[in-house]
Design a binder for this molecule. Structure first.
Ligand SMILES: [Fe+2]
Ligand SMILES: [Fe+2]
Length: 367
């Protein structure tokens, strides 16, 4: 039997939250679309141990094809191209375990927020749905942890992600929990899952991300359907407050300084594998102009925020000109005008609609 302790060194017990619990005495259905989403969730349950082939060893050659997706073609630099296939394999392994570790920690946050939503949301249908999401997130924690243990070790959570999970857990406002988790965190995660799922050739990883991605598409639908029902009933001040919460949450992940922190942690883990990270960066800097001029994949969806989170906020009635202006300013600083437009008008025009079918989009069947 493994060792058992009530208090262990891996716990972090001191986050206090301010959540009000709502009883609902009307057990009939008030939001029909949420009731059907709940039924769909029940029909789509899967069991990690039964439905995935865990005996299959990780295919390291295929894993090395998983792209970095760091917003810069680092793999085309002279330094990177001079590395042996074995070294590239090691760096990719570290990159994948680093990213999956953050997915894993995000899933733990999602598990706890979903459980809070069962208590905090005021409608029976919404409580039912949140209960199914709680079990979905449990499974996601299970599969990511299991895959990372097979591959490498679990890396610590990125501080900005931890901050965002804390503030979503801490808020006493259930609408903010929905916006923080279902719209921002899940929206960003869905975008990353999609990228990794469709580009990696590693069979078990691809399969895990297929199962998880389908669940996440449903979680996103819950956020959209519930929040768009609620926003028309909010006062102007409440709506502004919710918009600002969404803005802060999204920037916590994609803001320039936060992205740099993420990259520094990845470089550190590569340095441990014998890479001269200062030389890698210097090489990227020297070859930057030439590499950036190389044609970049064009697409309607330019990055997780403009391509997915903003369309979701607009659909939910949470993208006023006021907050769109704040997003435009930050994204222009991070990505440049050619990606997000010179003016606020252009920026707003370029925001695409949400995919017609999010599950099909996650599986790469739609742009
Ligand atoms: Fe999840
Ligand atoms: Fe989720």
């Amino acid at each position: 039997m493994s060792q058992f302790d009530i208090i262990s060194a891996t716990q972090e017990p001191d986050l206090s939250t301010a959540m009000k619990v709502v009883y609902q005495w009307n057990y009939g259905s008030e939001v029909e679309e949420l009731r059907s989403l709940y039924v769909k969730a029940l029909e789509s349950q899967w069991i990690a141990d039964r439905d995935l082939d865990w005996e299959r060893p990780i295919d390291y050659v295929a894993l090395a094809t998983t792209p970095l997706e760091i917003g810069f073609p680092l793999e085309q630099t002279t330094y990177w191209r001079s590395l042996s296939a074995e070294k590239v394999g090691e760096l990719k392994k570290r990159m994948v375990s680093f990213r999956l570790s953050n997915f894993l920690h995000g899933e733990q946050g999602a598990l706890m927020v979903a459980a809070q939503l069962v208590n905090a949301v005021p409608h029976t249908d919404a409580k039912f749905y949140a209960a199914t999401q709680t079990i979905d997130e449990t499974r996601h924690v299970e599969v990511f942890a299991r895959y990372i243990h097979k591959l490498d070790t679990v890396r610590p959570i990125a501080p900005n992600l931890k901050g965002l999970l804390d503030s979503t857990l801490e808020t006493g406002d259930w609408a903010k929990k929905l916006v923080g988790m279902q719209i921002v965190v899940e929206g960003l995660a869905l975008y990353s899952f999609r990228g990794m799922r469709n580009l990696t050739q590693e069979p078990l990883l691809k399969e895990i991300l297929t199962y998880v991605g389908r669940d996440e598409a449903r979680h996103h639908a819950y956020g959209v359907q519930y929040v768009e029902r609620c926003t028309p009933w909010l006062s102007a001040a409440e709506r502004e407050d919710l918009e600002d919460f969404a803005f802060d949450a999204a920037i916590a992940i994609i803001g320039g300084r936060n992205q740099a922190g993420f990259m520094a942690a990845l470089l550190q883990s590569w340095a441990e594998a014998g890479i001269d990270s200062a030389e890698l960066l210097a090489c990227a800097q020297r070859e930057r102009d030439q590499l950036i001029r190389a044609p970049r994949p064009a697409g309607r969806r330019r990055g997780p925020v403009s391509g997915f989170v903003l369309p979701t906020l607009r659909r939910c009635g949470l993208l006023s000109r006021r907050v769109a202006g704040r997003f435009h300013e930050v994204l222009q600083e991070n990505l440049g005008s050619q990606v997000v437009g010179d003016s606020l008008e252009e920026f707003m025009q370029w925001i695409p609609d949400l995919p017609e079918d999010t599950a099909a989009w996650v599986l790469g069947e739609l742009d």
